[in-house]
Ligand binder design. Structure first.
Ligand code: SF4
Length: 115
């Protein structure tokens, strides 16, 4: 992996780890050891990709940007209770198979919003 990719990954990770608090642009650049010019270019790139949000804030009397990650944690909880996890028919279940996820009653019941 190139140094550029490493730097981008490290930046994304630091922004992600800052959570709801976000991280000041200047703080991020310090942690990465890059110039503000290089860092700003990186932030703009992430923003264009849609992975972060830049919010303009007044910090110590100066306008600056705070960076927030748009990525969210995904855990296995999202598939908890899915009938496919314990289904004996899973090997035959595909479009055109003897079972089809598009017409499966159990799956559609699990997907339906619970009241
Ligand atoms: S979609 Fe239905 S039939 Fe297919 S694996 Fe899931 S539970 Fe089984």
């Amino acid at each position: 992996m190139s140094n550029k990719n490493n730097l981008e990954q490290k930046a994304q990770r630091l922004i992600f780890e800052s959570g709801d608090e976000g991280i000041m642009q200047s703080e991020l650049w310090k942690k990465l050891g890059v110039s503000s010019r290089e860092g700003s270019r990186l932030a703009l790139k992430f923003e264009q990709k849609g992975t972060i949000e830049r919010r303009k804030i007044l910090h110590n009397g100066r306008w600056s940007y705070k960076l927030y990650s748009k990525k969210e944690y995904v855990t296995l909880d999202v598939i908890n209770g899915c009938p496919c996890m314990i289904c004996d028919e899973i090997d035959k279940c595909f479009e055109g198979g003897s079972k089809n996820p598009l017409s499966c009653y159990e799956l559609s019941q699990w997907i339906s919003p619970k009241s």
